[in-house]
Design a protein around this ligand. Sequence first.
Ligand code: DLL
Length: 436
Amino acid sequence: MLIRNQELETLSRSDIRQLQLERLQAIVFRCYKNVSFYKKKFDEAKISPDDIQSLDDLKKLPFTTKADLRDSYPYGMFAVPLREIVRIHSSSGATGLPTVVGYTGNDLKNWCDLCARIMYAAGVTRDDVVQIAFDYGIFTGAFGLHQGAERIGASVIPTSVGHTERQVKIIQDYKTTVLACTPSYALTIAEKMSEMGIDPKSLNLKVGLIGAEPWSEAIRGEIETKLSIKAMDNYGLSEILGPGLAGECEARNGLHIQEDHFIVEVIDPETFEVLPVGAEGELVFTTLTKEGFPLLRYRTGDLSRIDDSPCACGRTLARMSRVFHRTDDVIVVRGVNISPSQVEAILRKPDGNLPEYQIIVDTKDANDALEVLVEVSEDLFVDEMRQLRELHLNLEKKVHAALGVKVKVRLVEPRSIPTKDGKVKRVVDLRRGDSQ
Ligand code: DLL
């Protein structure tokens, strides 16, 4: 079994909780002392850091939301002076101001260790050649996994995203064994490989470190077959850390959360009630060790469930299920609640594969207008115009029948739906000012 930090990843549940409590008390105190936002919130709610005597007391603390981070743009919630910050990243800010995250030297060290942990759990060792096909820039994906791979002692190739033909050449010539990228980019690489007539089995690739956007078991199957690799899921968000927050082990039975550095809660996004272990709801994270940008009870908007039962790999860290949807994916169109899962149920093909799609809501003639873009495969575009027309009509009828709302379906070419940081945004609500 590949466990990088044997001691911390296999603590008994009661030792994890004890460590979390000690760290929580310290970070709550630091937030109160150093972040005016938290001091104000605590004072308004008449809470003091001394009120945190057990992990259950976490419930007493206010939530932190993305809107709070935007209100403090850019540095208002940093807990240390800027001269202590050695790295700054930010989210893409698709729906407004980006959120800005600062790391101290210690934060970078922890981030690096945690990325190394999730990569090691996915099977990466010092013998590997790791190609990082995430965008190198202000997005956390590339730098996070880059430093994790270096910490393990693997050889890192920082190709960044794009120039897909060159990526494939590098995979072939430099004998890449691990590919780190989004699920959609993994499929783009696979497609290019097939165009170039390269058999993936002739390559050295063995593991894909796939994350940063929702993907399904069906997409996993497709990536694994087309690239001849084991595709492992990893999850994170810039506000909390970036990659390194959670990742799959070889048991592939959920993503282990680095609970010695973070507390996870699951809440009902409507009532804010904390849900019992196993229930599906919104993930809420509290950072326990971050110095530059600590966050208490940060609402992620991501829907998942937690399992803290023992894992076959020997780790005791709780696992989260795959994230498929976000709370803000649910949209109300002409009074009807619509979630991407309803659209997915219609788009999913009999073999389980799901085409890339995007739901766009706008206002037309004072009414809500719903449009669904669906990417169809290249061969269909070229060969089968009649089939295409039928597909189009069928989809419009089916979506209308299922949702009860008239919808315009637009079939588009593969890879034509715009991405941000390499990710497809499932729902674009132009009424609330989202950009495409
Ligand atoms: O995507 C960090 C990351 C980089 C994670 C590389 C994994 C690998 P953000 O750009 O802030 O950070 O986006 C975070 O992306 O709240 C989820 O909605 C979604 N997301 C991230 N990983 C996954 C995943 C990075 N494995 C937002 N499955 C999160 C599903 C994911 N959704």
